[in-house]
Ligand binder design. Sequence first.
Ligand code: GLN
Ligand code: ZN
Length: 762
Amino acid sequence: MTTTIIGYPRIGAHRELKFATQHYFKQRISAQELQDTAKKLRQANWHTIKQAGIDQIPTGDFSFFDTTLDTAFLLNIVPKRYQDLKLAPLDEYFALARGYQGEAGDVKALSMKKWFNTNYHYLVPEFDQDTQIKVRDWQLFAQFKEAKAAGINARPTLVGPYTLLHLSRFLDGKQPADFVAALVDAYAEIIGRLVDEGAEWIQLDEPALVFDQTDADRALFKQLYTAILSKKGAAKILLQTYFGDVTDSYQNLTSLAFDGLGLDFIEGKVNLDLLTAQGFPKDKVLFAGVINGKNIWRTNYDKTLALLGQLDDVADKIVLSTSTSLLHVPYTTKNETKIDPAELRYLAFAEEKLTELRELDEARHAKRETPAVLANRHLFATPRYEEDPAINAKIAALKPEDYKRLPARKERLAIQAKEFNLPILPTTTIGSFPQTAAVRKNRAEFRKGNITEEEYTAFNHKEERRWLKIQEELGLDVLVHGEFERNDMVEYFGDNLKGFRFTENGWVQSYGTRGVKPPIIWGDVVRTHPITVAESVYAQSQTDKPVKGMLTGPVTILNWSFPREDVSPKVSTEQIALALQGEVLDLEKHGIKIIQIDEPALRENLPLRKKDWNSKYLDWAVPAFRLVGAKVQPTTQIHTHMCYSEFGDIIEAIDALDSDVISFEAARADMTLLDVLHDVHFETHVGPGVYDIHSPRVPSKDEIVKIIHEILRRIPKENVWINPDCGLKTREEPETVASLRNMVDATKQVREELAHESQPTV
Ligand code: GLN
Ligand code: ZN
């Protein structure tokens, strides 16, 4: 064995799994039909990987929604409220993933969080007093057998116990330690069963090792694995890490009885130093993650071969692998017809990375310059694009005052209060409204040239007017135009800025059935024309209420694109920020008084190790955001929006963005963020999301009133906005209107309560 990968994308090169799953949700196909599609996709993957010449193929990387959920489900970590629904396993699984509202009951989904520093989301397992860990018959075993029937002795993969505990929530006063014994038994049982089925290697993913580790963390890891490895029998255990280095655990990893260690040499550059300084055990196989699993550029073979040479000096047995699962890149460049072939040569998606692994492996063993190496060297010697001197000069000339908005926020907010005269607890939404089939069709037809620009715009305007009416009737205070012209927000902005490239089929799973098509930052980014002005101005002309302008922020555009590897992320982000600054000033000039600059992905690329947070990220990301809005009038209100992450630990950086208002997901999962906002005297006015938009479930008015009470218990009422926790594009219209109605009604009720409270008592 000399080549492998950690995992492969699973949604299908043409998102077959997404469509089949959605059809299943709508009861248009049966569970069996969904299973058949899934099986076809797995078989196709195995075939591709095998054809490419990779000699060890993972299994268990397939999922109907999320692999962390799969591991939790396999271990029966399923809260009672879901078990009580008494659904068939697949439906129970989907109830955990997306909530359930139907004959069997009414439960919300588990909460969802970003997977480390990626735009993939996992479901947060919940341990509580009822948790009974046992091995259920879920996916992993059947898929191993399925691979075997296809002639592949695959390597089953699952999330390891340490990462599982690390990522989970603990309720009813339970703690990770309470579950160690049961987890050890369960993992040992899983390993035993797989070995009985014929498995040789088994991969346990422990990416949580790349976070800073405390002594207690290390002790927990050691306790878990000493016990599991003592029961592993004939199995060979690959301990797989990714997204960084294992500095704090290297000793543990090398001294425990693992058979293979999977290390990331792309994001975890320090891993090389660890190996060189401390050596690598002779009895273990090094699974060297040398091909970038998170970006789409071709690998530089000369550099990689040099790295492998250094690894060869320390490790005897090396298997070439990817730095992360290939889940984070699209399937193949073969389906891209619109990118100039001369440019396409610089890109490698999942399938092309398989070939890279094989070519590198061949070059390594040939010990001479293979044709593949020569071709690769030639590619890297050719300039890829032309620089834009003007934008680079502008960036070089930036001064500290360019990042500072005046007057200070307190003063601005007072000026804005007079300007807008909004009621207490102003209501708004995050920007998008349901992307119905008709809305998507309108965009598709325009793209294909089947309708004229006038027809395209006329449809969007009609949809905007309809939703402006709905918003007015609901009684919302600050309106939005609905984002019908946008597919994915980052794609939309990238498409309108110079310097980006787009794929036709470059889908990457974001969560469950949701895919994104990240743009590629190909060169210097420049704004050449207004992007959102016409749509915002039209919407504002149709109503007397303020309509928010709606932009995506520079950090998010960077984080949700495939970044360049030839300039720093700081420079790329500043280029984007300057482009957006032009857009903000243009909106203001055309009468848009509230402008939202979404930064849902701000937290995402926060370095996993705390010592790097400021120096390697926040120190440039926060100023880049400020640059966008720094030059507007005090009367113009800047909003921002964030979602899906834990913001508690960077709350001060968020306040330092210096926006006037922020909306985010906070109240729905738990109240901890609200407590933090209270504790730090958060200055930015804030709309913690009062209901979960990621599920079709309609929240009741009472439920929302309760949440608003919780918010008001912690945040001064003058600072609070009321809104859903994210955009509504993935929802259907009836549930959206019903939910918003309950939200507005709940707000009205609380306003009345507040009015009574503030009446002087005699
Ligand atoms: N304005 C965007 C929307 O409403 C924000 C999306 C997001 O936060 N992910 O869809
Ligand atoms: Zn959001």
